[in-house]
Design a protein around this ligand. Structure first.
Ligand SMILES: [Zn+2]
Length: 181
């Protein structure tokens, strides 16, 4: 009796299918689209869409068929934690960055990761008032940007906000106390 040789299955199951935030086109409610880096996957510009804090569900009745096709044909990639970890490596060093990297390696929940117009994402998702570390630089970057990526990671006792500028400048990590129920 020999041990089964290590296969790829464990790392395979750790990978998730590609996922996308849901969004709707302004003035055309009722249809969910998948949000890509510059708007919907089916080609509607970011400035025309409103983003939602839930994932695009390709199978759902209200989902755009073209987005569904494109989402289902996007190859699975590394887990969301791994992808965010690799982006955060470029952030300026500090306790918040280091704690976030450690949390992502432990598989902390990435509850939001979207790209879009900076002003509306800031208004809807940044929760700057809840930040206790890194608030000023994050706010400055958000104010100056046209489009931005935002990620949120829940890792008790912290809630992290990652600001991912689209212009190639390093990400910023901010955090505040994790809200208690
Ligand atoms: Zn669509």
């Amino acid at each position: 009796m020999t041990d089964t040789p290590a296969d790829d299955r464990s790392s395979e199951t750790a990978r998730e299918p590609a996922w996308f935030a849901a969004c709707q086109v302004n003035g055309a409610p009722g249809v969910d689209h998948a949000a890509g880096p510059r708007g919907t996957l089916c080609g509607i510009a970011a400035r025309c869409v409103t983003y939602y804090l839930h994932l695009f569900e390709p199978e759902a009745l209200q989902s755009c068929r073209r987005c569904r096709h494109l989402a289902e044909n996007t190859p699975p990639g590394p887990s969301v934690q791994e992808r965010l970890h690799n982006r955060v490596l470029a952030a300026t060093g500090g306790p918040a960055r280091d704690d976030l990297l450690a949390a992502l390696r432990r598989g902390a929940a990435v509850t939001l990761w979207i790209d879009g117009p900076a002003r509306s994402l800031t208004r809807s998702y940044a929760a700057l008032d809840e930040l206790s570390e890194g608030k000023e630089p994050a706010a400055r970057t958000l104010l100056a940007a046209e489009t931005i990526g935002l990620a949120r990671v829940e890792a008790d006792p912290w809630r992290f906000l990652v600001v991912l500028p689209g212009d190639g400048t390093p990400p910023l990590v901010a955090r505040g106390p994790h809200p208690r129920p």
